[in-house]
Every structure is written in C-alpha cells, then in structure tokens.
Design a binder for this molecule. Sequence first.
Ligand code: PLP
Length: 431
Amino acid sequence: TETVVPSVPVAQPTREPGRLWHTFCDMNTVRKGPEFTVARAEGVWLWDEAGDRYLDGTASLWYCNVGHGRPEIAEAVHRQMLTLDAYTVYGDFANAPAVRLSERLAAHAPVSDPRVILTCGGGESIDTAAKLARRYHAVSGAPDKVHLISRTGGYHGLNGFGTSVIGMERFRTGFGPLVEDVSVVPHDSAAALEAEILRVGPGRVAAFFAEPVIGAGGVYAPPQGYFAEVSRICQRYGVLFIVDSVICGFARLGDWFGIERFGARPDMIVFAKGVSSGYLPLGGVVVSGRVAEPFWYQDDHPFLHGTTYAGHPTACAAAMANLDILEREDLFTVSLEVERQLDGALRSLADHPLVSQVRSGTGVMAAVELTEEALAERGITTAEVFAEARMRGVILRAVPTALLISPPLIITWEQIDHLVSTLAGALDAVA
Ligand code: PLP
C-alpha cells in the first residue's frame, strides 16, 4: 500500500524501536530498521547519533526557514519562559508576545483590516478558517453557504476539516464519514472553480481553499493570472477565498504570506511553519475585517472555537525572534536569489533517464518527478532514491512519484550544488 513517506528499504533488521509511533509511515518498516535519530542541528546541517552530518534539504518538514540552532530564538524563548511561561488567551486574557505578534502579522498581511487568530499549527488553523467561514455566512443570513472547495494536490493538514478537503484521495479513505459538503477542483483552472461553484449553487458555497504554490502535493505553481481570476470569481459569488500559506509564507516565496507575488487579497490567510521556523509550534489565521465584523461588532456572535495553547506567549516570543531574523537578514530578498540558484542547479537533472519533470522556480521549493515507467521497469520507488541520498548525506522528501526539496532559506550556492549533485548521484545509483 502507498504511504506518505514511502518505506525505506533497510538491509538488515538491527533492533526493535522503542515506543515512539511514527505516524505518516508504515510502522512495519520502521520496526525492521533503526530509526533515523537526529541528534543535533545547526544552520542547514543535521547530525545523527553516530556523528554523521547531513544537509537538511527539506528544512525539516518545510518549516525551518531561518536554519537550525539560532541562539537569538533560544534566548528569546528562555527570557519569555522566565517572564511568563504560558497563559491562555481564552476569554479576555491576553499576553504581550501574542498581542505584538498579531500586530506584526497584521501589518504585513495582504488582507483588508486584518485580525489574527493564533493556534498551534497548520491543520488546526485550517479547521479554524473552515469553521469561521461557515459561521460567517450563517450569522450573515446565508446559513446554506456551507460547501467548501479545494484543489487537486492541495494539502491542508489532517485535522477534521483538513482531512475532508484534502486534494489527495489516499488521505481521505478509511476514516468513515468525514465533513460533508466538500469538493475538489483541478488546481490549474480558475474556470473549473467557477463551474463547480455554479454546479453546487453559489448560494451554497462557503469558501475556496488554495495554497499559493502546492507543496506536499508535489510543488505546482499556479498558471499565469490564476489567483487574480480566482479572486474575481470568489468575489462574484460571495465565496470566501482562503489562502493556505502554511508552506509558502515567511519568505519561502520571497514575501510574508506567499500570495503577494500573485496579486491577490484573500479573505483569510492560514499560516504556521515558517512563522516560528518551527522552533516552537505555532500557527494561525489572518482574517479580513469584513469577515471579523459580525463577530467583533454585533451582539450574540462569539466565535465559539479555540484551543488550550492558542496565543502561547513563549511560542509567540519564538516567532517574534524568528521574524526579527527574517527582517534583519532580509531573507525575503535572499530567498529570491536562492530560488533562482536552486532552479538553475536542478535544470541539470532534467535530462536524467529517471526524471520526467523538474518543477522549480517559484519559491525555495522544488519537485523532481520520476518517470513511472522507469521506476516500474527497475522495480524501484522514490524511497530508494531518498534512502540513497540520505546515505550520501542529503535529506530529501519522497512522495509517491517525486523527490521534494525545500531547504532553509540560508542555504548557500555551494550547499545547493552539493544537494543537487548528491541527488544526481543517488539517481545514478538506483538507475
Ligand atoms: N497546510 C499546508 C499547506 C501544509 O503543508 C501543512 C503541513 O504540512 C498543513 C496545512 C498542516 O499543518 P500542521 O502539520 O502544522 O497541522
């Protein structure tokens, strides 16, 4: 069966792992081999327990934008822990880091009159945005507007709503009934979105979810003009346009929320990952004033939703220190140069007999798609390429037909060259 992280072949069983359950993965495979224990990290480098060094070609799971081991973030966390470790923002409680972070994100978000809801991660934020979209329509006199539309290849986390709207069928099956009134449209066609809104009925559609560049689904950038057209369509039919910037935000696409370069102004933006570079778990939703209005200014409309750790002051302090680094080192500009270098370096793989397509050049993210025929002929999977590359000291991400690349934004030209030539060596080794 297909798994998200394809099974890594291991020559000899060595020991039973302990009690840690690696979800996203076939534990039967993990059980047969030693786990890959990451012991230490600095910059773009990781070290395993044996002291061997690896290039982190995926910024962990797309999140470590500023690189590992930043003392400024560790110090900010330490200071905050000693001042106010944690306290809820339930009811009218607030804390300074949560307030400051919300102001800072609002100041940069391409959203009109923004408000910020804080959460602990991406999937939680998707659930927040989906519920808020449905509640917004309900309190605005359109309770039938509940239908949610997403895109093929779209990944929006695996909480309840995220699992329901995901554009990859394998994640949806086997869980019984999910959230109802959802559908998926091809990711490259604004006309298909409009047709779907008309099929469902504009009076029934609540929201459309889209990543600026599809990430986990295989790195697909939008066609020219796509998001401008999508914005117009959503406006025309009163459908809330929700951008999922969980991967694309915080300079991975060279701007704050990953949607700016496509010229769209969404009704909500979901963020996580790069907001704190993952030093502590954090996410949230930037909400336009129009959507916030009934909840902020009309009586009897609280948004009855939230989680225990939302607005966690220490996580917010980590995010503030992370954003300081992004701004001080101008990683917004740096990442555009890294995007260009990575794109250029990956072109050399386009002619490899195992490679069918290289998708790169929009953001510091790329996919090297392998030809299914070549894989089938040789009886191999992307997992073998992943394992070869890791043996050679480079961490990539394997999905069913591609290798994904999303390094920290501080990666140098030499390190990009090392990443790409190691991938080439891994491809040669399995070919
Ligand atoms: N949205 C996108 C685009 C993502 O890539 C992810 C995670 O990879 C999520 C949402 C879910 O975030 P989390 O894993 O923090 O729940």
